[in-house]
Ligand binder design. Sequence first.
Ligand code: HEC
Ligand code: HEC
Length: 295
Amino acid sequence: MQKPIIFALAALVFTGAAMAALTVWPIGETRNLTGMTGNAERGAYLARMSGCIACHTDSENGGAPLAGGVALETNFGTFYSPNLTTDKEEGMGDWTLETFEKAVRQGVSPDGKSYYPAFPYPFYRKFSDQDVADLWMAFQTVPPAARPSKHQDVVFPFNFRGGLKLWRALFLDQTGFQTIEGQNEAWNRGKYIVEGPAHCGACHTPRNTLGARQAELRLHGADKLPGGGKSPPITTAALMENGWTEKSLAYALRTGVLPDGDIFGGSMGEVVRDGTRFLSQDDLNAIAGFLMNQE
Ligand code: HEC
Ligand code: HEC
């Protein structure tokens, strides 16, 4: 056989073996949450704050609440949010609190596959056990809807889910939320909301070519957001430079109205419409207080 052909074959076998190894590589762990009792009302509030309802409800096409089907166009292809209703066939009807925890906090499916980070689970790692139990209780109240989830339409080589296990090993921050000593409760609450549930960094932190957030450029603003678009920096220095105060920031997050009378455009308008306008004044003040005093 000619050399190039042998090399080509070797490469094929190697890729096949590597793919097989990635496919069986176990990820995630099952956490024992028995004994946790969730609060559905608290869970519903958290679901708003976290964008679960917005991103999993195809309201533009009259989709039932949380029945999925919202398209997210990214550099890697188009992702569709799946059905999260209590439907047994198409939704999470036969899931348990433990499978739910593994999906939401660890990004691992019931059959051991990794989810794409278009699902902001890397942020949801900051949820406490109680948060997860509350969310789960809230999801139990969602009526079943039999809308089938769509397949993800992702470009090569990202269409191979096994490859996400390498991505996780390289980029996934597995630490939960840690309060910072010396800062008060409101500041820590603000930090938790921004870095956890409200996932502000999903749009305000730039990503590398593999779609991982660049830690050293935290909240420095980003381009190539899903659906196109660009976000400005929201570091304390940038916010101060642009004339923001804690008061005007909390007000803008509740109303969408900026200090100069303009309104938030693009995806930030949706963040306010579907998320932050539902938050309590205390939580809005906490977000603003944290953002204006990050260091
Ligand atoms: C920005 C959009 C977005 C937000 C916000 C979002 N999700 Fe998702 N979610 C997705 C996408 C896209 C997937 C599919 C990921 C994949 O196929 O790898 C997904 C998958 C899931 C799955 C796996 C479902 C299955 O059938 O395997 C669960 C569970 C889930 N999300 C729960 C949540 C919860 C709970 C929240 C809020 C705390 C939330 N999601 C917020 C986009 C989102
Ligand atoms: C889905 C993407 C997305 C998410 C998530 C998001 N933002 Fe934004 N944000 C944007 C975009 C896009 C703009 C620019 C809006 C415009 O052009 O009117 C923006 C603008 C802003 C601004 C205005 C800054 C300035 O100086 O002009 C602030 C403040 C802000 N966002 C805060 C937040 C906070 C706080 C969160 C989390 C609660 C958040 N954003 C989450 C996309 C996002």
